[in-house]
Ligand binder design. Sequence first.
Ligand code: 5GP
Ligand code: ZN
Length: 114
Amino acid sequence: MTTDCLFCRMASGEIPVAKVHEDDLVFAIRDINPQAPTHVLVLPVAHIGSAAELTEADAPLLGRLFSVAAKIAQQDGLEGGWRLVSNVGPDGGQTVPHLHMHLLGGRSMHWPPG
Ligand code: 5GP
Ligand code: ZN
């Protein structure tokens, strides 16, 4: 836990937030500024700065992140498809330096993203 990290403080319960999912490795919250009808952040409980820090040893965590995203997409009824994206660093548009996947759905997505 990194005490000055917003998402670590949510993971620990220090900052209360409604969790869409929570287990030993991963939790999920609805984005405060949704960019689609479904906009959920799926995050590791442990602090990892971004996808740039991941190694092969994180395979179990990544499997959990993806499977939880798929479960939430199903729960939210995103039969038509959805998008999973993780911004890395300033050029990637990352604003909170704790790894998170954005699960976006409920509308048609555009490509390329901005
Ligand atoms: P990033 O810009 O790092 O890829 O994504 C960070 C996301 O966290 C943004 O979409 C932003 O709206 C969301 N966010 C920032 N602060 C909060 C908060 O206090 N609560 C929730 N639920 N989401 C937040
Ligand atoms: Zn953190």
